[in-house]
Write a protein that binds this ligand. Structure first.
Ligand code: KG4
Ligand code: ZN
Length: 340
């Protein structure tokens, strides 16, 4: 008997990206993201505007994902959606849509944890990309989260370190805001860093115990430093932008790498994967490649489009949930805060 293909539609709406993707047996057929530009002028995501934009985008984005995958909705095997964590109003749009669609098509529904999905993005079938073997450590770094996760199996994950205050993406974005750069400033800090001296301006590293992180002190010390320098020279930022960005990035990457080294030592696991929007950062990517040579780590860096929020990661998590037979029922609700 011929084995049946598994077609999973993934729907992601936890923050400010409305995304849909179709996978067939874990391989990408389409991956569509509508980024909401409306938040740029407010310097951060405005929850009420985000949920309204999801309402507008969700149907066209799913329609486009099915079209690019060249399949009909009737070919779908199951629908996976982000249940949380995220902004409640945003999550409600994807959750309600996924429930209605699964009910209409009479196919299974799969609820996905957004943070687990960031990690499972490594399991999308992709030429030239090896999948990590279990167990491995994931450094999950995004605009909302900073975690070190011990991953023992697809859905067996334990957070062994996390931020006590700001997420690392926020540290990048808030530092960029202090420098007058638009939101989200992380990619811009990365861009200017490439031309700057990382040791030009030393910033203090936080003292926080175990495998946990703290970034709010760094943001404050950057703010005071800039305020002082601008008082002495109003053109300080303009004349030193590359060096300031390189120094900020250098400090953040060092904070992350120090904790990762500690986690490797504590767990004895030296297989390291990175996940989340900030894993697009060139500084952390270079530091990992170096660590591979220096400490003999095995490192896994995802394809760029699977790092920031996307629905392919939701669909691959759905694929493995489908194989495990773990389905959601129609009484499921969105959840803004969820543990693993
Ligand atoms: O995972 P993501 O798309 O959304 C959340 O779930 O938060 O992550 C977005 C975050 C933003 O803070 C953005 O500034 C940051 O990822 N980011 C970067 C880079 N690309 C995206 N930060 C530093 N360097 C980058 N190249
Ligand atoms: Zn995310």
């Amino acid at each position: 008997m011929a084995t049946q293909n598994i077609y999973i539609l993934g729907i992601e709406s936890s923050c400010d990206d409305t995304a849909a993707a179709v996978l067939c047996n874990g391989e990408i057929l389409s991956n569509v993201v509508a980024t909401q530009e409306i938040h740029e002028k407010y310097g951060g995501v405005v929850p009420e505007l985000a949920s309204r934009a999801h309402q507008q985008n969700v149907v066209p984005v799913i329609h486009e994902a099915l079209k690019r995958a060249n399949i009909s909705k009737n070919d779908l095997t199951a629908i996976a959606f982000t249940r949380g964590p995220g902004l409640m109003g945003s999550l409600l749009v994807g959750t309600s849509f996924a429930k209605s669609m699964a009910l209409g098509l009479n196919i299974p529904l799969l609820d996905i944890n957004h943070m687990q999905a960031h990690i499972l993005a490594h399991f999308i079938e992709e030429k030239g990309f090896e999948k990590p073997k279990f167990p491995f450590l994931s450094l999950t770094i995004s605009g909302g989260h900073t975690q070190i996760v011990k991953v023992s199996d697809y859905f067996e994950m334990e957070v062994i370190g996390e931020t006590m205050d700001d997420a690392v993406g926020e540290a990048f974005d808030k530092s960029a805001k202090i420098l007058g750069l638009p939101y989200p400033g992380g990619p811009l800090i990365d861009k200017y860093s490439k031309m700057g001296n990382p040791k030009a301006f030393p910033f203090p590293k936080p003292k926080v115990g175990d495998l946990n992180f703290s970034f709010s002190g760094l943001k404050t010390s950057i703010l005071y430093f800039i305020q002082k320098k601008v008082k002495e020279d109003p053109d300080f930022i303009k004349n030193n932008l590359d060096d300031i960005c390189a120094s900020v990035q250098f400090t953040i990457v060092n904070i992350l790498m120090d904790k990762l080294k500690k986690a490797v030592k504590q767990t004895g696991i030296n297989r390291i994967a990175i996940a989340g929007g900030v894993s697009a950062n060139s500084g952390i990517r270079e530091a990992l490649v170096k660590a591979e040579k220096k400490y003999g780590w095995e490192t896994f860096i995802p394809k760029f489009e699977y790092t920031t929020d996307n629905a392919a990661m939701i669909a691959i998590a759905g694929h493995y949930k489908f194989l495990a037979g773990e389905f959601a029922d129609m009484s499921i609700t969105a959840k803004a805060r969820i543990k693993f």
